[in-house]
Design a protein. Structure first.
Length: 239
């Protein structure tokens, strides 16, 4: 089942040039996925009854043409490629001219909310989403990010209450913002970058002290977020 909605970009969604930000793109995709889950009975308000909750493992986003301020967007999403404990969700964003502007895919797992452990994706879940046999990228699965051995820039961050979401850990979009804060100034001012990869390995919680390490390698700007020796997330940005 392909789920779609129209959305409109606002003032907070754009840079000075009127083009929407990568943060906005992630927010739009996150919301359309949530609305789809709401519709099929596995959304935020269904967690207590169903006893399971989705959590995000990976993003892969490519911006083809960046939408502008005030533009009405058609956003589409669908589920695909379920394995025992993981599944994929793909996305497309179209502008008012019906031009394809953004494609993306994401990898998810289902958590048992009682024991806080990954649980099997049941046939009921699969039937509810009516999966599509369609991928926006040639690769059916998101490739693994290799963690660099050395870095050239470091930034330290301690999350505050405004960073924490309904699940009790730092909201997914803040990982991208934290990566931006870590970029050297000459790299930061060249944003936005049209390709985004984020992998989430360990949640960031209130009270954690996060060391953000940056390096430019293989034509990508890479930021590794760590709490002591534990890798929390890896973000890649490139054009």
């Amino acid at each position: 089942m392909i789920y779609e909605e129209e959305m409109k970009t606002g003032l907070e969604d754009v840079e000075k040039n009127g083009l929407i930000t990568n943060r906005t793109i992630l927010r739009i995709l996150e919301n359309i996925g949530s609305y789809h889950s709401d519709k099929v009975g596995y959304g935020l308000l269904d967690i207590e009854e169903k006893g399971v909750s989705w959590f995000l493992l990976d993003w892969k986003i490519k911006v083809i043409k960046r939408p502008i301020y005030g533009e009405k967007l058609l956003v589409r999403t669908w589920g695909r490629n379920v394995k025992k404990v993981t599944t994929y969700r793909d996305y497309e964003i179209y502008n008012e001219k019906k031009e394809l502007c953004v494609i993306g895919t994401s990898k998810w797992a289902l958590m048992d909310t009682k024991n806080k452990k990954i649980t099997r994706i049941t046939q009921d879940v699969i039937d509810s989403y009516k999966l599509e046999d369609k991928s926006v990228f040639e690769e059916l699965e998101i490739e693994k990010i290799n963690i660099p051995d050395s870095f050239t820039n470091t930034y330290t961050f301690k999350p505050t209450r405004r960073n924490i979401d309904v699940n009790g850990h730092m909201h997914n979009i803040h990982y991208l913002e934290l990566a931006y804060e870590t970029l050297p100034e000459d790299v930061y001012i060249k944003r936005p970058y049209d390709n985004i990869r984020i992998t989430y390995k360990k949640e960031i919680k209130l009270g954690d002290v996060i060391t953000c390490n940056y390096v430019f390698k293989d034509n990508k700007h890479i930021v590794v977020l760590k709490n002591e020796d534990t890798v929390n997330s890896v973000v890649e940005l490139w054009n």
